[in-house]
Design a protein around this ligand. Structure first.
Ligand code: PA5
Length: 449
């Protein structure tokens, strides 16, 4: 099997000679501390050997539940936020038809997402869309208490019960949550929903290869065995015994930290040339942003969809402050073939492209942009994916996860916690007079007077 490749030559040319090699011993130490569980956040390392520990029996169990939902539902609503949402959406969009929501597909239910915002219009419009549909719900929350998800789930549960009756609703609601704690667990046990457990030692943003990601992905009709096989192969390819020069995750972690620490490149822009990869970048932003952005440190993870954003952010990237570098995900072979037609009148002057694949034009846009941005002072890291299938997406997921684990260690932070996320919640609960927040409520209202 082929695998994804990393090219850092257009980034190392911006660094002093030997700058990446200088990270070798630190990267080795970081990998050792992950393996030996001596690193900060060592109670959240369940993701490290997760792919190779997933059994065929477990995948069968997930697939069986997915098949029931697929049979019973026209629409499946996946309720979750952050790590309980982005991985599933990223994989489903990367592998799916770009116009999936318009395709009248008798074989695959539509997968829609909720619980990731508190937009009243969004929730109203979702409810309206669902009102004449047979729909099921996958409620995903590790803590089981996240407001955005709990709020959406209450609305969805009531609607599902109203449309199907309580007994039938029970057959199409699945909860993915903690084994014991949280309101989602309590509700699932009381109602008798099918449940899957999110392991204690796997944090939200590292949970896409648990049922959090696997169940929605299987519901969408994609091959979770191949996804896990890809991740498992990448686990081997990036293990601590793999030599530094050959370990693409080690190289990625080293080069981005060198750009940050040595050259002041504080922003990494994840770039794709396939609109389907938009949510892969959203997932990656959460993975790296929530893992590294702490103690007033960390590369800011941004993303752009090219060529679309070349007509908006392209100017900034070419000529703005030189504090950025780009990481491009390039897909070698599109799944479909579309040849550009000849036109006798050639009014648009595009006959020079006649007979070429659209992807050839895209690839030349990519190469032209790479050269332009490097000439403009933007270091470039390139990740090449042979094709967009479940196997390679599995590789990409594990590559980014292990790269993040190593990179956060190099930065000297605990990559597996997110203490900063609590601050807005505390204020919101105080402002909403949540019981238990009386002191904070009084203080915040004083402050706003
Ligand atoms: O990565 C994380 O831990 C977070 O982004 C969580 O996934 C997110 O806050 C949702 O939490 P929960 O699954 O508890 O609802």
């Amino acid at each position: 099997m082929n695998h994804i490749q990393l090219d850092i030559t257009k980034a190392t040319s911006f660094l002093n000679e030997g700058a990446v090699k200088a990270y070798e011993s630190k990267v080795k130490a970081a990998q050792k501390s992950l393996e030996n569980a001596t690193c900060p956040g060592n109670d959240f390392l369940g993701w490290l050997h997760l792919p190779s520990s997933i059994t065929p029996a477990f995948l069968d169990e997930v697939q069986t539940v997915a098949d029931i939902l697929r049979e019973k539902c026209e629409v499946i609503v996946v309720a979750g936020i952050g790590g309980s949402y982005l991985g599933a959406r990223a994989v489903i969009e990367a592998l799916g038809n770009s116009f999936a929501w318009l395709v009248n597909d008798k074989h695959n239910p539509a997968i829609v997402f909720a619980g990731n915002n508190i937009g009243e219009d969004y929730l109203f419009e979702l409810s309206d869309y669902l009102k004449d549909k047979r729909f099921g719900v996958i409620n995903i929350s590790k803590s089981g208490t996240t407001t955005e998800t709990a709020l959406a789930f209450r609305l969805l549960k009531k609607q599902c019960e109203a449309q199907l009756g309580k007994d039938e609703a029970r057959q199409v609601i699945v909860a993915i949550t903690d084994a014991k704690r949280g309101a989602a667990r309590a509700a699932a046990d009381k109602e008798g929903y099918k449940t899957f457990v999110i392991p204690d030692n796997v944090g939200g943003r590292f949970s896409v290869l648990t049922p959090v990601g696997l169940l929605p992905i299987a519901c969408a009709g994609f091959d979770i065995q191949a996804l896990v096989a890809g991740a498992t192969d990448m686990e081997k390819l990036t293990g601590p015994e793999v030599p530094f020069e050959q370990n693409i995750a080690a190289q990625y972690a080293a080069v981005r930290n060198a750009l940050y620490a040595d050259k002041g490149k504080k922003i990494e822009i994840m770039v794709n040339y396939q609109p389907k990869l938009h949510f892969i970048a959203e997932w990656w932003k959460q993975l790296y942003g929530e893992s590294e952005g702490k103690e007033h440190k960390g590369i800011f993870p941004a993303s752009c969809d090219f060529t679309t954003d070349l007509h908006s952010m392209g100017q900034w990237i070419q000529e703005g402050e030189r504090s950025i570098f780009e990481t491009v995900i390039s897909v070698e072979k599109p799944a479909r073939e579309l040849l550009f037609p000849n036109d006798e009148e050639n009014l648009d002057g595009l006959n020079f492209l006649a007979g070429k694949r659209v992807d050839e034009v895209n690839k030349m846009a990519e190469l032209g942009t790479l050269l332009a941005h490097v000439d403009g002072g933007v270091p470039n890291i390139r990740i090449s994916v042979p094709e967009l299938n479940a196997y390679y997406i599995g590789q990409l997921i594990y590559f980014f996860e292990i790269g993040c684990g190593i990179s956060g260690n190099l930065l000297g932070v605990n990559p597996f916690n997110q203490p900063g996320v609590e601050t807005y919640k505390k204020n919101m609960f105080a402002l909403l007079d949540k019981p238990g927040y009386e002191v904070e409520s009084k203080a915040i209202k004083e402050r706003l007077k």
